[in-house]
Design a protein around this ligand. Structure first.
Ligand code: MN3
Length: 227
């Protein structure tokens, strides 16, 4: 592979790039299924280029790392902090996180017509923690808007309670030892606020993207994550 080709290897997997252990699942719906709230071009690039690049770079990082390569993506997250090699740790944090976060993100969204409402048991927990669904949405949107630069907003379960947190870059609440202890927990809902998630359609208007995004939250999928 020439240098020019290598520079693009993250975006279109080269013939000599490792094919595993991780792979990019297809989107669980058509790229235009979330229109008009999230446009097809954004979805196509976000999944087919950005997410694909995280998977490719994660696989690259895991070459010759047989113990770590044998772990599931879920099992890998809390192990990253303990990786001694700093370059490997960073590669796993950014690209393993990128793969985990986007996989969840696609699956907690769906067509607006099927978005529905939080289940009774989830709504009861939301009301208990935040007062009302509207108050929860406002606090979640606030965390998402205020995340400086690139990152994510999360609704997590921590010690049985719901909590809103946000993480920079591709960190997530499963990365024990890398995220602040009070931000660690089990993710129920996530929102990507990297500019690549909204810039084509919303440009600098992150708040508009966030308010539109509520229309495509798949509450049934969020409820399933409660266990
Ligand atoms: Mn993204």
């Amino acid at each position: 592979m020439g240098a020019a080709t290598a520079a693009f290897a993250g975006f279109a997997r080269g013939a000599d790039a490792p094919a595993g252990p991780h792979s990019l699942a297809p989107l669980p719906y058509a790229p235009d299924a979330l229109e008009p709230h999230i446009d097809a071009a954004t979805m196509g690039i976000h999944h087919g280029k950005h997410h694909a690049a995280y998977v490719a770079k994660l696989n690259e990082a895991l070459q010759k790392q047989s113990a770590l390569a044998g772990k599931t993506l879920d099992a890998l997250m809390p192990q990253i902090a303990g990786v001694e090699d700093a370059a490997l740790r960073t590669a796993l944090r950014n690209n393993g996180g990128g793969h985990w976060n986007h996989t969840m993100f696609w699956n907690i969204m769906g067509p607006a017509a099927k978005a529905g409402q939080p289940s009774a048991r989830l709504l009861a927990k939301i009301n208990g923690a935040f007062g009302s669904l509207d108050a929860f949405k406002k606090a979640f949107a606030d965390a998402a808007v205020k995340r400086f630069g690139s990152g994510w907003a999360w609704l997590i379960v921590r010690d049985g309670d719901l909590k809103i947190v946000s993480t920079p870059n591709q960190d997530n609440p499963l990365m024990k030892g890398l995220v602040p202890d009070e931000d660690a927990g089990t993710p129920l809902l996530c929102l990507d606020v990297w500019e690549h998630a909204y810039y084509l359609h919303y440009q600098n208007r992150r708040a508009d993207y966030i308010s539109a995004w509520w229309n495509v939250v798949n509450w049934e999928a969020v409820d399933r994550r409660l266990g």
